[in-house]
Design a protein. Structure first.
Lengths: 334, 173
């Protein structure tokens, strides 16, 4: 079940008044299909929907013509940026360096502009000229298909699981629902809820506002929001004693080292990584260690076909046995 | 005769009251500048160490002040909170316009505040800290001047109020 976006509170509240007014005039059907909202200085206001790109007129109508579309001005971007950052760019220094920040509802906002360098490193962005609202939609029960492969039957424990997926294939959605169900407990699988620690470096999974999760993640959840994964994993284990730790988008050497520590501490880990399949991960620096040292018990591979969030394969890491293959064509999330 | 006496008394009271009000303004000004310095220091702590969003940081910083200075910070926080697309500078200017009649602040300290507000929230933490420290140093200088002006003027305006009242009364009689 796809949960609807609360447009007023999680999108319009962060847009310049003029842009919010235009989008309020859009049809509900168009908004429901929207995946991205792109705002660029002196360029047409654009929505990316399931059926492709649409420009938007002042009256909130779709158009293919650039001439009739509403052209966003610098003031629109400045006001939107003020609202996103709550007038406090200093509080989002690290996010600005990475080029995105996350708002209530877990929507990720990408930024592009002029980079300010210091000693060859990006210090900040100035003259922001493009904003991309990537809208997050929680999908309840998105993890139903994979849960029987993640839970160890009759033990109340889970397998160490790595979700492998290309960008925008639903790995965050799957992680969010896995977290929720593990924290809630699953009576159908005789699985009592476990203590789940979540290191949410980009605030996408829990969509925290002032440190409190706004996404439904069940009752047994401890979130370390905006914290680097490597430090966060070990901090959570030391401080909160979780049964399972969940984190998104592993990629650096530090992440792999922290994961190694976590697994040796006897805590179960569910994580995700960008990639097409296991072979792809094997060819990448640092992350290949996750595969070669067989840190995980299960690999869940996602793809976009037939729809975003489809499970391509579930593999038992220790035996290389394919436990599930997409040939059955089951849609998991999206 | 009685009417004349009552009229003279009223002239003396109103003149003395004007003198005392002017003196009180000189008395309040250094106190308010001192409160501003404390609020800005507190704002710096909330920004630098806790990275609180500006509206919350201003609201918390206002707690250590009282009277119109507290109101100035609270109003600014409220404007940023309710009209998020306003810049901090615009919000501060609006709040200053609403509270300026209650404040005993003069143009120099108001200008220091507006210059600071224009940059609030638009730069990184270290730069923000520099600007806050600069504003505090400037306010310290203005504070010294305000104390000198108070010592010089408070007694003078009080006496002047009473004396002008008495002189006018004598002339009227």
């Amino acid at each position: 079940m796809i949960s609807e976006i609360n447009w007023e509170q999680t999108v319009f509240a962060f847009l310049a008044p003029k842009l919010a007014q235009i989008l309020r005039a859009c049809s509900v059907n168009l908004l429901n299909q929207t995946m991205e909202l792109r705002i660029r200085t002196d360029r047409p206001l654009e929505l990316i929907t399931l059926s492709g790109s649409q420009f938007i007129t002042v009256g909130g109508k779709e158009t293919c013509s650039k001439g009739t579309a509403y052209h966003c001005c610098r003031g629109d971007l400045e006001q939107t940026l003020q609202l996103i950052s709550r007038n406090s760019l200093y509080a989002f220094e690290e996010e600005l360096k990475m080029g995105f920040l996350t708002i209530t509802g877990g929507h990720r906002i990408g930024l592009a502009g002029q980079a300010i360098l210091q000693n060859g490193q990006i210090k900040a962005l100035k003259n922001i000229s493009s904003l991309n609202f990537r809208l997050a939609r929680a999908i309840k029960n998105a993890a139903n298909l994979v849960l029987p492969y993640v839970i160890i039957p009759g033990t109340g424990q889970v397998y160490n699981t790595l979700i492998i997926s290309p960008p925008r294939c639903g790995k965050t959605t799957l992680l969010r629902d896995l977290t929720r169900q593990l924290s809630n407990g699953i009576p159908e699988l005789s699985f009592p809820g476990v203590q789940v620690g979540l290191v949410d470096e980009r605030s996408e999974i829990a969509a925290c506002r002032d440190g409190i999760p706004t996404a439904d993640l069940g009752p047994r959840i401890d979130v370390l929001d905006g914290c680097p994964k490597a430090e966060g994993l070990l901090m959570l284990i030391r401080s909160m004693g979780p049964d399972v730790v969940v984190t998104d988008e592993l990629g650096r050497q530090n992440d792999v080292n922290a994961l190694h520590e976590a697994l040796h501490a006897g805590v179960k880990v569910i994580a995700s990584v960008h990639g097409q399949n296991v072979c792809d991960i094997n060819s990448r620096p640092y992350i290949c260690e996750l595969i070669s040292h067989k840190y995980f018990d299960r690999y869940i591979i996602l793809n976009k076909r037939p729809v975003i969030g489809s499970v391509s394969e579930i593999i038992s890491a220790k035996t290389n046995e394919v436990l599930y293959s997409q040939e059955i064509g089951v849609k998991v999330c999206g | 005769m009685w009417i004349k006496l009552i009229g003279c008394l009223l002239v003396i009271i109103s003149s003395a009251w004007t003198g005392f009000s002017l003196a009180e303004r000189y008395n309040k000004r250094p106190r308010e500048i001192r409160q501003l310095i404390a609020c800005i220091a507190s704002l710096g702590s909330h920004i630098y160490y806790v990275s609180l969003p500006l509206a919350e940081a201003l609201e918390r910083a206002s707690q250590i002040a009282e009277g119109p200075v507290r109101e100035l910070f609270q109003q600014t926080a409220l404007h940023i909170h309710t009209t998020g697309w306003l810049s901090a500078g615009q919000a501060f200017q609006k709040a200053l316009g609403e509270t300026s009649e209650k404040l005993a602040l003069n143009k120099p300290e108001q200008e220091i505040l507006l210059v600071l507000a224009a940059i609030l929230g638009t730069v990184d933490q270290s730069e923000q800290q520099k600007q806050l420290e600069l504003a505090m140093n400037e306010l310290e200088k203005v504070h010294k001047e305000a104390i000198a002006a108070r010592d010089q003027n408070v007694k003078m305006y009080r006496y002047l109020g009473v004396c002008v009242g008495l002189a006018t009364a004598i002339l009227l009689i």
